[in-house]
Design a protein around this ligand. Structure first.
Ligand SMILES: C[S@@+](CC[C@H](N)C(=O)[O-])C[C@H]1O[C@@H](n2cnc3c(N)ncnc32)[C@H](O)[C@@H]1O
Length: 400
């Protein structure tokens, strides 16, 4: 066997191993071939996260929290949902206590967030709980089944639907849409700015492996996205463009007659996200709680995420007013985390373990080097935004 044959053999063997561990890879390679040699990064991300059989979020066995690839706030502790439930209650009151109150959560993960919101409302705000029409949405049937099981186990009845189906329903609702780390899981296009030109980064195949290649923009919508913002990514910078996130937000907004949209997500305002010093964009790949250097590696087994552009999201919600962004750490604190800790402290001696767990959870949720720096975007239509509890600065609360 010559060296050349040996190399080919090794490559074939690597490829077989990769395909066995990431069965989505051959599917993506086929799609690339069918589309003439490359697909947009958004199409790749859509397959990697959402392919009906092998996509990361479509898998039946997806694990959440400490057993999964990353931990989201609702998985840290139900107090996250209990605190946001207080905000939901205030929104219901500000909307005039409607007898039918839509409580919509897209991208609901394990169902833990909605379960804890409903648990608090049932115990502390029975009138609001009776009015609430919980609707749990996801892009993937296995997730919907899991979310239904989580809620049913706690005695809650909710509507479960694919996001696309719910968005296509006729008519409008009044209520609250609340989401945690939903928009940052939607597919993004990748671009690279070279001088005055914006180039798109595609996924192609090279020697049966995935590789990033540059080409012209796949759609004018990308240039229009930056024209609307009145800015461009920095020179020689790579950046994500969330066309899907903007589109989904605009469709959600259109389904609300009146209401609040509360978006909790990693992200920045556009001028910060596309600041000239940010050269590498914000795309991240995760497996087993570890960041991965190559977003193309092990598609379907790797979570992909990025920081959302809140300026474009807010602008997409037509008819809604937007408040300045706040952080999760600030929002949870003004929603009552400090009070919750005080109450926990008062019963610490009777259950030390529980107290320790609650303190740890509070620290994790507000840690400014982790979950605490997640941002909150509050939007309102046909209801007041000013003075909304999660936005109230701490000083004004202390004066009360
Ligand atoms: C990062 S997880 C967050 C889950 C949950 N909100 C939490 O905080 O634990 C993203 C969620 O969005 C869902 N998702 C991903 N793509 C989606 C899409 N196109 N439409 C609706 N849901 C989607 C995933 O299935 C998953 O439930």
């Amino acid at each position: 066997m010559t060296d050349q044959h040996f190399d080919d053999f090794a490559l074939a063997d690597d490829f077989t191993l990769a395909a066995e561990s990431a069965p989505l890879l051959p599917v993506i390679l086929e799609r690339i071939a069918a589309e003439g040699g490359r697909i947009t990064f958004a199409e790749f991300m859509g397959l990697a996260l959402g392919h009906p059989e092998y996509g990361y979020y479509s898998r039946e066995d997806l694990a959440w929290g400490e057993h999964g690839d990353y931990e989201t706030s609702p998985e840290v502790h139900p107090i996250f949902g209990y605190l946001w439930a207080r905000q939901v209650l205030e929104c219901w009151e500000r909307l005039g206590k409607p007898a039918e109150f839509a409580l919509v959560e897209p991208g609901a993960g394990s169902g833990a967030f909605m379960a804890s919101i409903l648990t608090w409302l049932r115990a502390r705000a029975p009138e609001c709980f009776a009015a609430a029409r919980p609707t749990v949405l996801d892009g993937h049937p296995h997730r919907l089944l899991q979310q239904r099981a989580t809620l049913e186990a706690r005695g809650f009845v909710a509507e479960h639907a694919l996001t696309e189906d719910w968005l296509s329903l006729p008519g409008t609702v009044t209520g609250v849409m609340i989401s945690n780390e939903f928009f940052d899981a939607l597919p993004v296009h990748l671009v690279h700015r070279e001088g005055d030109a914006l180039r798109e980064i595609y996924v192609a195949s090279e020697d049966a492996r995935l590789a990033l290649v540059e080409g012209d923009l796949s759609t004018d919508a990308i240039s229009r996205y930056f024209d609307r913002l009145g800015l461009q990514p920095g020179d020689d910078a790579t950046a994500e463009v969330g066309l899907a996130a903007r589109d989904v937000m605009s469709r959600f907004a259109a389904r609300f007659e009146r209401g609040y949209v509360l978006t909790v997500d990693y992200g920045y305002e556009a001028r910060e996200l596309y600041a000239s010093w940010r050269k590498q964009g914000t795309l991240m790949a995760f497996r087993a709680h570890s960041p991965q250097p190559d977003p193309l590696d092990q598609p379907g087994l790797t979570d992909l995420t990025y920081h959302v552009d809140f300026t474009s999201l807010a602008a997409a919600a037509e008819g809604f007013d937007a408040a300045p962004l706040t952080t999760q750490a600030e929002a949870l604190t003004v929603l009552g985390l400090a009070d919750a800790l005080r109450v926990a402290g008062e019963r610490a001696s009777s259950d030390v373990q529980r107290y320790a767990a609650e303190r740890r959870a509070a620290e994790t949720l507000t840690d400014m080097s982790g979950l605490g720096r997640i941002k909150v975007l509050a939007l309102a239509k046909g209801a007041p935004l000013e003075g909304l509890r999660c936005l109230r600065p701490l000083e004004s609360l202390m004066r009360q």
